[in-house]
Design a protein around this ligand. Structure first.
Ligand code: G3P
Length: 224
């Protein structure tokens, strides 16, 4: 499973990177803008926290393929390490993905809300395709079925593009989408924490400690 953190908040990235087995961080212009700091400072700070090897996905802003490519090359020149250029699945985006893959630049097709978009982006050479689960659900398109369809299409065409499911609002969506075959997801810190939250687990841990303490008088297992 590939877990990624969908944020540009440095404190969240520090905590999650320290705690959970994440493979990288994903951003988009909305996520970057929320930090209200210079763009390059933000992405360089993220790179410093996660190191050179973990993936950092950074999105282009332009609408025309030539401009997207220019932005992608700029991002490559400014941000080191394992970088993925996110490109929306609009027609000009598909062109940019095709050209960037020919240049050996890793791309993630994003803002994907239908299976035909995903198939086209993967055929153009995208390494990841990011279906937007909650935004799909919000328009009465079943996000889980969307992932299933995309996986089916990739299998039929023997494409090794990975599904990077994104835009989640709850644990149920994450569970169903991963069960449907998404091998990677990107979520925010709060939802990542909620994946582990369970009252019975917390009760059990408290019980372990209380039982121990009742006999040994301390919460410490190592006693000097
Ligand atoms: O990675 C895509 C994601 O950031 C969009 O999520 O929650 O704004 O729909 P959301």
């Amino acid at each position: 499973m590939i877990y990624m953190l969908d944020t540009a908040n440095l404190e969240d990235i520090r905590q999650v990177n320290d705690r959970y087995p994440i493979a990288g961080v994903t951003t988009n212009p909305t996520i970057i803008a929320a930090e209200k700091r210079p763009f390059l400072d933000i992405v360089r700070d993220i790179r410093e926290i996660i190191g050179e090897e973990k993936m950092l996905h950074v999105q282009v802003l332009a609408r025309r393929a030539e401009d997207m490519i220019e932005e992608a090359l700029y991002l490559k020149s400014q941000i080191g390490g394992n970088l993925y250029i996110k490109v929306p699945v609009i027609p000009e985006g598909i062109k940019a993905i095709r050209k960037l893959s020919e240049m050996g630049i890793n791309t993630t097709a994003t803002a994907c809300c239908s299976a035909p978009q995903a198939l086209m982006a993967a055929t153009a050479g995208a390494k990841f395709v990011a279906p937007y689960i909650n935004r799909a659900d919000d328009t009465n398109v079943d996000g889980v079925a969307l992932v299933e369809d995309i996986q089916k299409l990739f299998a039929i065409s023997k494409l090794d593009t990975k599904v990077l499911a994104a835009s989640f609002k709850n644990v149920r969506q994450v569970h169903e989408v991963t069960l449907a075959g998404a091998e990677s997801i990107t979520i925010q810190k709060d939802l990542m924490d909620r994946l582990l939250k369970n009252a019975l687990t917390d009760w059990s841990v408290n019980r372990f400690i209380e039982d121990w303490k009742s006999v040994y008088g301390t919460e410490r297992l190592i006693q000097d």
